[in-house]
Design a protein around this ligand. Sequence first.
Ligand SMILES: *Cc1c(COP(=O)(O)O)cnc(C)c1O
Length: 411
Amino acid sequence: MIKTKPTGPIPPGYQTIAGELAIGGQKASALVTEHGSPLFVYSAGRLDARMAQLRDAMPDALHLHYAMKANPYQPVLRHMVGLVDGIDIASGGELRMALEAEAAPEKISFAGPGKRDDELRQAIEAGVTINIESPGECDRALQIGKAVGKKPRLAIRVNPDFDLKGSGMKMGGGAKPFGMDIDLVAPAVKKLLDAGAEWRGFHIFAGSQALSADAIIETQAHTLELAARLAKTIGRSPDHVNLGGGFGIPYFPGDEQLDIVKVGQALSDQLARLPDILSSTQFAIELGRYLVGEAGVYLTRIVDRKQSQGHIFLVTDGGLHHQLAASGNFGTVVRRNYPAAIANKFGAEPDETVSVVGCLCTPLDRLNDNAAMPTASVGDIVAIFCAGAYGATASPANFLGQGAAREILVA
Ligand SMILES: *Cc1c(COP(=O)(O)O)cnc(C)c1O
């Protein structure tokens, strides 16, 4: 008997039409027939609902930013531009995409280590805020500003002296390529002010993919305390402080939804008793996967069903070249199963244990391991959920000459 491995929780709210998974009111099989397979389907309605819940839970004055690296697909990005207060970018390529999606330059901020001179120039000319990652980058931005005759808008990204507990990816607390160590921040601000640049405040990002409200609350408290401490050292109030993000989504068995109401209440309390030096500061959080992850589904058709030594393999036309994260090869230590289903038998009782694999000739290409599924055959469609973030954009589409998946934004 093969031991079944559980799959992650399917995000709530997906509909069934005639026994099939439906996204934006359209059956999975109809979507694949019309647009081809493999296919990423993103739902605008789910994006709207997620943003509405978040707005409700967070303090009114808090700005909500979208970190577009989670999903830069132009129709999704354009939709998000209409919903959020800011777009966070991390490359010159993302700057072009954000401007193309009609994000206002004054609402864009640019973080990331290793910004090239041409990227800094484009950002300064466009008038976006640059989150400066090092003293060297600060000097280059000031020089480029002078050369192009434009006042750069610069915030300092701080390498915090704490991390986000329980986060999937640690971005602070120790030696890091991101941001400046705390003791370098005040001298950098002084230098950029002396050079006549516009100082936009701080960017403090301590980690990603946390599901614990308490961990996020603690990190936000530390972040506010650090911002106040830095402002006092500098002797000026920052116009803007980006508090980072780190709101996670459940991917794996046992994961639970983050309690954003609790986070929002605690943040409201904290913002209500700020020290004077932060009393006129505009605060923001920046979220990627929390905004878009659960709004996407990856659909891939079964092209073969085979057995090997008692194991059943469903071989699909998709794989890790589109869904590196679901294959367990994007920053996870132990491979666990993403939420998945047979899309055209959605809600049917499982009656066999199968492994869903991709079409790549590598043992890494596994979308699901020993999962309990209703019996499926060639032509049926596998759905992998939580595919709205770090799916298409974070996978090696050219591997084995396969090419990119199709993407579509539906209602
Ligand atoms: C990647 C990244 C984000 C988004 O992370 P999520 O886990 O998708 O929310 C936000 N801010 C910065 C600085 C990042 O590098």
